[in-house]
Design a protein around this ligand. Structure first.
Ligand code: NAD
Ligand code: UD1
Length: 339
């Protein structure tokens, strides 16, 4: 089985490719390297013994899509390519809509032209906006998004829903990822964040390696047990397994499928810092600062639908996630540029 993985050189895509290769599924990667390093291919080869085929190009380029579809018999497409920084999306909304929405439209057009009707889309818990209640189920309200990034994911979900309404022979899966962290346990691949990290885990790891002095804890007066924000952190390899479960169970069956990929457990900022101290054996200094604008107290999933329908559930503990994030960061302090 050959699967086109757009954005396959990125953080999540590279881990999905490893899982696929270990399951005998062949990934064909399309990536424009806008947020990736080609060294990832060598790392995937080190882990799996197989170097995947890479097409260097943009998903918005129809010609490259048609070339790939005519050179390979693609059974399904996993569409990860896109921009993902929430803060940047507020400052550069048009770039975000262009990349995230136009790439999906171009991909669907090309798939239609070549008769490929199976698509798995990387959506986000961001589509739920400010949750009315937790845990979030797939039936919870969506659309009241709080930033252009979340809105771009919501728009693509709507486009794919309309596509399915018009063409119900398609298999369309919307995967809503929660907070993805961790790295492959070999420490050969992981999240290679550039610049000052906006997200909690990359920031804590940068403090642990000594690049920054302390973690800024955004708010301590939320209505949560320790007053800090609670999120559903999921190990990237569990997330990758979720994609395999989709490929094995529903990707060749027509239908529209929507799943949360989370653990169903909420972890606070202070609990995360404590887990990092344990993983790194270092004291992690932190300072309580004002809450971040747009942040919410709690966001965590109910992952029961994915278990009931796909037999998938997250396996890694919070300590595993943090240990693997730390091992990756400490062994590759400058990410893929460490070489
Ligand atoms: P990433 O930036 O590491 O990976 C995205 C990859 O897509 C990169 O390799 C980049 O070079 C490539 N890319 C971007 N635009 C492209 C284009 N137009 N054509 C070809 N390649 C392009 O991000 P990630 O963390 O691996 O996220 C993958 C997907 O999952 C994204 O769609 C993101 O929005 C979604 N997601 C991520 C998280 C998370 O916590 N990381 C959470 C929810 C959803
Ligand atoms: C953010 C995005 C979400 C996206 C996800 C990807 C927002 C509003 N949401 O989620 O759409 O899918 O990233 O991983 O940006 N925190 C600190 N100090 C820091 C950084 C974060 O205390 O330096 C806290 C936050 O207040 C929050 C928690 O840590 O309580 C997690 O934050 P973060 O990692 O940025 O993720 P989210 O905001 O949940």
């Amino acid at each position: 089985m050959k699967v086109l993985v757009t954005g396959g050189l990125g953080y999540i895509g590279s881990h999905i490719c490893v899982k696929m290769l270990q399951k005998g599924i062949q990934p064909i990667i399309l990536d424009n390297l806008s947020n990736a390093n080609p060294e990832v291919l060598n790392r995937i080869a080190k882990i799996t013994g197989i170097k995947p085929i890479l097409y260097k190009g943009d998903v918005r380029d129809k010609m490259i899509l048609l070339t790939i579809f005519s050179e390979h018999k693609i059974s399904s497409v996993i569409h990860l390519a896109g921009f993902k920084a929430v803060g940047k999306s507020v400052k550069q909304p048009i770039e975000y809509y262009d990349n995230n929405v136009n790439s999906a439209i171009m991909l669907i057009h090309s798939m239609q032209k070549m008769g490929i009707k199976s698509l798995i889309f990387s959506s986000s818990s961001a589509v739920y906006g400010v949750p009315k209640q937790v845990p979030l189920t797939e039936a919870s309200n969506i659309g009241l998004t709080t930033n252009p990034y979340g809105t771009s994911k919501y728009i693509v979900e709507r486009i794919l829903t309309d596509l399915y309404i018009a063409h119900d022979e398609w298999s369309i899966t919307l995967l809503r990822y929660f907070n993805v962290i961790g790295a492959h346990q070999s420490s050969l691949i992981g999240e290679d964040s550039q610049g000052i990290p906006n997200n909690l885990i990359p920031y804590i790891t940068q403090v642990a390696v000594g690049r920054y002095k302390e973690v800024m804890v955004f708010g301590k007066d939320y209505p949560t047990p320790d007053g800090t924000g609670i999120r559903d952190y999921i190990h990237v390899m569990d997330l990758a397994s979720g994609h395999i479960a989709v490929l094995e169970n529903v990707s060749q069956k027509s239908g529209q499928y929507i799943y949360n990929l989370g653990t169903g457990k909420g972890i606070s900022v202070l609990e995360m810092i404590a887990a990092f101290e344990k993983a790194s054996g270092k004291h992690i200094q932190y300072k309580i600062v004002n809450s971040r604008s747009g942040d919410i107290a709690e966001c965590w999933s109910s992952p029961t639908k994915a278990y009931a329908e796909l037999g998938w559930k997250a396996q890694y503990s919070v300590q595993d996630m943090v240990n693997h994030s730390w091992q990756w960061q400490s062994q590759n302090p400058n990410g893929y540029q460490s070489l």
